[in-house]
Design a protein around this ligand. Structure first.
Ligand SMILES: *Cc1c(COP(=O)(O)O)cnc(C)c1O
Length: 483
């Protein structure tokens, strides 16, 4: 590029060419990604070899930089939107939201204060109201905020719970969560400065749900010790198994004990849109705060999380500071400054992608997609149950299924089964044809499929299971030779 470009600009025609090239690349990726390998690898050495250099003093041709990025950067990443990406939580995304993100960034819209971006704030209010209605939260009193993801939403929730229930003194405060709660909750609690002794990790029952009996014992004992139970975090869909805690019962306990009831629905919350999910998550509407994560099962691209609260004033009580230089933009209270509802001041315009994709596809399309995901996992469960090779370790729940290779006519030890299933997963991933990693359930190594991609078909699953079986036979043969 030109030597004197201190305005950081491209000429109009060059901008167009550059932009079209990027749009073409994104569209091409979207229409061909299902045929590509989902899995990519790269060691630090390999990546260093590709990319490590000093910051260049002189610029270069923009399309040369772009070509290099398309060829070397975009190809060296696992594709979480691929229909055979079954692990962790896939990110199916959708094209309309991708373009919406491009718009939000292209106009560089500041989504912090009302007066700077009234339409952006209004769209956040409107889309949060859509979510409040979906989850049965009070529409007028309720509120919320979009965050970078579920981790930030959980952090925002625990900070709010503490402010509302403890004020400034939280030295006696105790917080409760189950041993299946997502690690981001512990991270949030630690970030907020709680000591280990203030955290109660309650064991789960045989169905991996919060044990109500153990919880009640624990709260009672803490009260006897003069401690202050202030917050409970329940899961609406654990990441491992999709398990939903007994939300209605937990809500009752929290109400009676004056404990803030936070529900972490980052994984499963969106499924409340579907009839099955709604039945499973009954009680979610009683939460004081609820984390949902649109970049998971609301099919949004990264990053987008969300915290909903029963009472929007709880957020402003927690996060409002009034520095002098913001006094001219404070405005009136109906005109929400989202910097007063969360941690960030400068915020990107996240609401736009949610707004545009919902307007474009309609809520019904989202409901149908989620229902399809839940049903697909249940079909996979039936298929596995009817097979001589597979054992269902944990039934299909909110589109997650845990299973393992365990042929009925062989007497493998637990250790051998662990070894076989670990081998299967490693080989499948190494083949790059599917992303299928293991998790631990009851100390067993199991394969976990998370089926929240609406483009994943039964064929994708059976092809992957066939691949698994090939590797199972391979290791069985090796094991047979050893003895
Ligand atoms: C993914 C997840 C989180 C964290 O959300 P991020 O968007 O990854 O920050 C929190 N809780 C649960 C249950 C999750 O599945």
């Amino acid at each position: 590029m030109g030597k004197n470009n201190a305005r950081l600009e491209l000429p109009k025609e060059a901008m167009k060419a550059y932009g079209y090239q990027i749009v073409d690349a994104i569209v091409e990726h979207h229409v061909t990604q299902d045929q590509k390998f989902p899995v990519a690898f790269g060691s630090r050495e390999e990546m260093d070899k590709l990319f490590l250099e000093e910051a260049p003093e002189q610029g270069m041709d923009p399309s040369a930089v772009l070509d290099f990025v398309l060829e070397k950067v975009m190809t060296n990443t696992t594709n979480m939107a691929h229909p055979k990406s079954f692990s962790f939580v896939p990110g199916p995304s959708n094209f309309v939201s991708v373009m919406a993100d491009a718009l939000a960034t292209g106009y560089n819209i500041f989504s912090g204060g009302w007066s700077i971006g009234p339409a952006a704030a209004e769209l956040e209010i409107v889309t949060i109201q859509w979510l409040l209605k979906i989850f049965g939260f009070p529409k007028k009193k309720g509120g919320g905020i979009f965050t970078s993801g579920g981790s930030m939403a959980n952090l925002t929730a625990v900070a709010t719970a503490r402010r509302i229930k403890c004020g400034d003194d939280f030295s006696n405060a105790v917080i409760y969560l189950s041993d299946q709660a997502h690690s981001s909750n512990i991270k949030a609690i630690r970030v907020l400065g709680f000591k280990k002794e203030q955290i109660r990790i309650i064991p789960t029952d045989s169905e991996l749900k919060f044990s109500l009996n153990k919880l009640k014992n624990c709260i009672a004992k803490d009260r006897l010790e003069g401690l202050h139970p202030f917050c409970l975090i329940a899961s609406a869909g654990t990441t491992n198994t999709g398990t939903v805690d007994p939300l209605s019962e937990l809500a009752k306990i929290c109400k009676k004990e004056d404990i803030w009831f936070h529900v972490d629905g980052a994984y499963g919350g969106a499924a409340y849109l579907s009839p099955k999910g709604k039945t499973m998550m009954k009680g979610i509407e009683k939460a004081d705060s609820l984390t949902v994560d649109p970049h998971k099962w609301f099919y949004q691209p990264y990053e987008m999380g969300c915290l909903l609260v029963r009472n929007h004033k709880d957020l402003s009580h927690t996060f409002t500071e009034h520095p002098e230089y913001l006094r001219d933009i404070e405005g009136n209270t109906s005109e929400i400054n989202f910097y007063d509802h969360g941690i960030q001041l400068t915020r990107r315009f996240r609401a736009l992608k949610f707004y545009m994709s919902l307007k474009t596809f309609g809520l019904k399309a989202f409901r149908d997609a989620i229902t399809y995901n839940i049903d697909l996992a249940e079909e996979v469960e039936n298929l596995l149950r009817g097979s001589k090779s597979w054992e269902v370790v944990f039934p299909a729940t909110l589109a997650v299924i845990n299973f393992r290779y365990h042929p009925i006519h062989k007497n493998y030890s637990e250790k051998q089964l662990d070894e076989i299933n670990q081998y299967i997963s490693e080989k499948v991933v190494a083949s790059r044809k599917a992303l299928l990693v293991t998790t631990l359930l009851n100390n067993q190594v199991v394969l976990r499929m998370c089926l929240i991609n609406p483009r994943t078909t039964m064929d994708d699953v059976t092809e992957t299971l066939d691949l698994c079986r090939t590797f199972a036979l391979e290791i069985e043969e090796k094991m047979a030779q050893k003895v």
